[in-house]
Each structure stands twice: as C-alpha cells, then as structure tokens.
Design a protein around this ligand. Structure first.
Ligand code: C2E
Ligand code: MG
Ligand code: MG
Length: 343
C-alpha cells in the first residue's frame, strides 16, 4: 500500500500514478526471458471516503477491482457509487440478521415431475425473503451475502427445520412427496451437518426417503474427504444427494464418480436452447447418457416450453422441473396444485 500525503489535486495524483505504472511496466530480463508486469491501482481519500485505516483500505480495494474490470494497467478512484454499494450491502447484512428474528423467511415449493408421465415425484424447497421495504429479495443475492457474513448456518437451519416439518405434516396426511433442500458449499463444511439433518428428520418423524439435499459443484472444492464422509453418512441413512447446477462449475467427472451421488441436475443454461441448437442438444444428450452410466437420476431444471419438455423426454431424462409445470409456490398453494394433479 502506498500513502500519498499533502495532495488534494486529482490531476497531480493521476500524473503520479501514470508515472508509477510506466516505471513498473518497463520490461525486465530474468534469465534471458523478458518479463513485463502491469499494475492496477485503486485510490481512496482520507477523510472523504473513510475515517479509519481499515475502511480506507477497503475502499481502495474496491476501486482496484473496478480498475481490473476496466482493463489491466489502469487506475480508478473510489466512487460514490461504490460507496453506495458497500453501504447497501452492509445495510442488507443487518437486515438479514433481523429477517430471522422477524420471521421474514418462507419456503416455496416447486414440483419435479417424471418426464414420461408427468407424475409429481418430488419438490424443491426454495427460500424466499420478504424484505419489509424492498419486497422479495432473490436468494441468488442474499445467500452469498449470508455466507459472507456468517449467517448461512442459521438460515440453513431454518430451511432444514421448516422443510422437515412441512414434509412430516404432508406425510401424516398420506402425501408422500420427497422434499429437497439446497445446502450451501459453506454449510457442507460443518462436520455435524449430516447428523443434524438426520436428527431433525427423526425428530419430525419424516422417513428419510422423503428428504434429499442439493449441493452445487463448489461444495466439492474444499475439504473433499469431509464432504465425502458427510455425503456417505446421508446416503447410508437413505437420504438422497443431488449435484445442482451441473455444468456451471468445474464439472469434474472424477468427483462425481468418487462422491457416489444419486441425482444430477443439469443447469438451465444448457437447456434454454436445446430446441434451436444442435450442439446444446448433443451436450445434454451426452450428460444424460453419462449420468445414467454412473447410476444417477437426471433432472432438467428451468424448463419453460413444451418443446423443451418433449426433447428431454426423448433423450430419456428422468425428471423435469420448471415454470412450464409450475413456479415455486407457498406450501399451501403447492399442496392444492399437487392435489389437483392427483385427480
Ligand atoms: P437452484 O437450487 O438451482 O434453484 C433453481 C432456481 O431456478 C430457482 O431460483 C427457481 O425459482 C428457478 N427456476 C425454476 N424453474 C425455472 C424456469 O422455468 N425458468 C427460470 N428462469 N427459472 C426457474 P431461486 O428460487 O431464485 O433460487 C436461486 C438459487 O438460490 C437456487 O438455485 C439456490 O442455489 C439458491 N437457494 C435458494 N433457496 C436456497 C436455500 O434454502 N438454501 C441455499 N443454500 N440456497 C438456496
Ligand atoms: Mg437447487
Ligand atoms: Mg440449480
């Protein structure tokens, strides 16, 4: 980190930074190889941007990221827009803490149906946060934030308890729809997660076969052995484990084989164009074939049209999930929908 004192003129700072970048980017020879380095610089001001060293560095850091986005060898001043973003993230973090206390979370349920006969074979529980002033905030936004600020375990606990409770309630009414919850990559690092899940199901009296978890590929990046042990414990207890958003991460075949999973969910991005793109259709066909060779059931997610549905049925996909069949719905609405399908 570089501190410039007694400067308040942006022009002078810009000139200084250009000279600095020029100096650094001079090629140097190392063992006969010419090396050229470039630097990206982020600038923040005291006391305008922040009043203490830690925040000041964070502002500069944020500006560096923007400089890198723009292109290598550039510099950026921390802007008020970035300031706003940091503030709103901070505010959102606080609100998220409150959300648990104030009961602002609710699980919605989206059906997964058999590709051959459209029977409902399961439901995915998706978390919804109704913010008091902003309305619904997308989980794609607040889940990563919850992971960052250490709230994911509490939120995950809510999801587990709520889904298990609802599943048990339905089971007691004679409705056997397996429920899947999403478990984040951070949660799976908790060594006790498998036992926590099993205990919760036992506590509610929900048979294990009516519960499953979905993990994204990033879950397999860290602590492989522990993750493997967690997955084994769950599967031995009769709880299915799915890999979610397959194809968007590193999609390692060896991990999938070694992990011994039950279900593979093909990410929506591969399915959007299967009606128009020959290549996409072939990719999906091979993912399905490969999965089935490894003994995995395949779910296609985000299906919105009959054409897509029909293509996937022909390709022998096992299960389909998407707006075409139903959007994620509050529990009561899901139950109505399900009952209607049974008639
Ligand atoms: P996901 O697990 O892959 O969930 C599927 C997402 O696709 C859901 O978005 C769902 O509403 C959406 N979707 C379903 N069918 C269609 C369709 O036909 N078209 C389109 N465009 N979208 C469709 P949602 O509910 O916004 O959730 C986004 C992501 O947030 C989830 O992706 C999941 O990774 C995460 N998430 C949601 N709930 C939880 C949770 O309880 N815990 C954790 N850890 N993550 C969650
Ligand atoms: Mg999922
Ligand atoms: Mg997914």
């Amino acid at each position: 980190n570089l501190i410039l004192t007694d400067v308040d003129d942006n022009q002078a700072i810009s000139e200084f930074l250009s000279r600095l970048q020029n100096a650094v980017s001079q090629p140097i020879l190392i063992k006969g190889v010419q090396i050229k380095t470039t630097i990206s610089i982020g600038v923040s001001f005291f006391p305008g941007d922040a009043s203490n060293a830690e925040d000041l560095l964070q502002c500069a850091d944020s500006a560096v990221h923007q400089a890198k986005d723009i292109g290598r060898n550039s510099f950026q001043f921390f802007s008020s827009e970035q300031h706003r973003q940091i503030l709103s993230r901070y505010q959102m973090g606080n609100d998220l803490q409150q959300a648990l206390v104030n009961n602002e979370f609710e699980l919605y349920y989206q059906p997964k149906v058999c590709a051959q006969n459209r029977k409902t074979l399961g439901a995915e529980a998706l978390l919804r946060w109704k913010h008091p002033t902003l309305g619904f905030v997308s989980p794609a936004e607040f889940i990563p934030l919850a992971e960052d600020i250490g709230l994911i375990d509490k939120i995950g606990h809510f999801v587990l308890c709520e889904a298990a409770r609802k599943g048990a309630e339905w089971f007691q009414q004679g409705i056997e729809v397996p429920i899947a919850i999403n478990v984040s990559a951070k949660q799976i690092l908790d060594r006790n997660i498998a036992h926590r899940i099993i205990n919760e199901l036992n506590h509610e009296g929900l048979p294990h076969r009516l519960f499953s978890i979905e993990l994204t590929e990033t879950s397999f990046l860290h602590c492989l052995e522990e993750t493997q042990a967690t997955i084994s414990t769950l599967r031995e207890a009769g709880i299915e484990v799915a890999i979610d958003d397959f194809g968007t991460g590193f999609s390692s075949l060896s991990y999938i084989r070694n992990m011994a999973l039950d279900v593979l969910k093909i990410d929506r991005s591969f399915l959007i164009n299967i009606d128009s793109s020959d290549v996409d259709r072939k990719i999906v066909a091979s993912i399905i074939q490969m999965s089935q060779v490894m003994g995995l059931k395949v779910v296609a997610e985000g299906i919105e049209t009959e054409v897509q549905f029909e293509l996937l049925r022909e390709l022998n996909c096992d299960l389909i999930q998407g707006y075409l069949l139903a959007r994620p719905m509050p529990a009561a609405e899901f139950l109505d929908w399900y009952m209607n399908q049974q008639e």
